[in-house]
Design a protein around this ligand. Structure first.
Ligand code: MTE
Length: 326
């Protein structure tokens, strides 16, 4: 486990240790491409205006009633932090890349195809998704596998609502979420850092759990591009990478899907990826986390909670060894 200790004894995983080498190299190439103007048109002015757009200038409001059953009491992360410290490798591997470059993503028009083992396959546009069930605001913790976390007021409804509409057949055991992969809109796709499109998956009963949120907004507005506009999934008891962004296809399938991070590093990222402080990542501990916005050298890190504190999901895993199924 490659973790260094600072003089206060606080564990600090250094980014060069957290980040696989391929990711580091892709980051360097991406920065060079930006410097030489070969990414997305390049002109500085254009980049600046796109950044302003990505930062949420003029974002469309989205009304939703808060559902108190799904609100954690922790302090909400500042909008600025939640929209400028992101993982969205389709726009680069650095935390600030998505807020700088995701302005090229066009979240409308947009459709999501729902297919596979369902009695009623359908393709829904964003307006239909917005109307499919009443929108709720839910304040969830999101913990990244890298050891940081945020608390975000998301807007959406339980993914179970969509499952009801499409009526899975008896063969459907898993749900696969497939993100957009369009080189014209996503400069990061030029780098083979992950296999594109980004794919994630859940077991059908996990997808049906009321906490699993089909997400269309945050902080009272539609999703900013860098957070996965116009539609993403949020699975709060799992590491952040299970929460696929900018989804264009949802497939109900018989067999466990191959997922982007599992393909990239199977020994590090399992299919389940439940937040579990007892299972170390092969290169660092998962026992604690740094809450974004609470950064201070003297602030001790928070203890990571089993299932990120969402203990009522435990029954989904009865009888499973979660060290083996990590
Ligand atoms: N979805 C896509 N399509 N591409 C990505 O790179 N990164 C994942 C997840 N969903 C990712 C993605 C990871 S690693 C995390 S931690 C969360 O998005 C981050 O979500 P946020 O930027 O909204 O906090």
């Amino acid at each position: 486990m490659l973790i260094k200790r600072n003089p206060n004894g606080i564990d600090i995983p250094f980014s060069s240790e957290i980040t696989p080498r391929a990711v580091f190299e892709a980051r360097r190439t991406f920065i060079k491409q930006i410097a030489f103007g070969s990414v997305a048109g390049g002109a500085l002015l254009d980049l600046l205006s796109r950044e302003a757009f990505a930062q949420g200038a003029g974002a469309q409001k989205l009304a939703a009633k808060t559902n108190p059953a799904f609100v954690v009491m922790d302090k909400t992360t500042a909008y600025k932090d939640a929209t400028s410290y992101n993982n969205f490798y389709e726009f680069g591997t650095d935390k600030t890349d998505p807020s700088h470059y995701a302005g090229t993503l066009k979240p409308r028009p947009w459709t999501v195809a729902i297919e596979g083992e369902v009695k009623k396959p359908m393709t829904l546009d964003i307006d239909s998704l917005l109307k499919l069930a009443p929108l709720e605001e839910r304040v969830y913790r999101l913990r990244c596998v890298e050891g940081w976390s945020m608390v975000i007021p998301w807007i959406g409804y339980s993914f179970a609502e969509l499952i009801k509409k499409v009526e899975p057949t008896g063969n459907a055991k898993y749900v696969e979420f497939i993100s957009l992969a369009d080189k014209k809109q996503m400069p990061g796709l030029r780098s083979p850092v992950l296999e594109w499109p980004y794919v994630e998956g859940l077991r059908l009963d996990e997808a049906n759990h009321p906490l699993t949120l089909l997400t269309l907004g945050m902080y009272g507005e539609v999703l900013p591009n860098q957070n996965g506009a116009p539609v993403r999934i949020v699975v709060p008891w799992k590491y952040g990478f299970k929460s696929a962004k900018s989804i264009v296809k949802i497939r109900f399938i018989k067999d466990q899907p191959k997922t982007a991070w599992n393909i990239a590093a199977p020994q590090e990222y399992g299919f389940y990826s439940n937040v579990n402080p007892e299972v170390d990542h092969p290169r660092w501990s998962q026992a604690t986390e740094r809450r974004i916005g609470e950064d201070s050298f003297f602030k001790p890190k928070r203890k990571t909670l089993m299932f990120n504190g969402y203990s009522n999901v435990a029954s989904l895993y009865t009888g499973m060894d979660l060290k083996k199924f990590f």
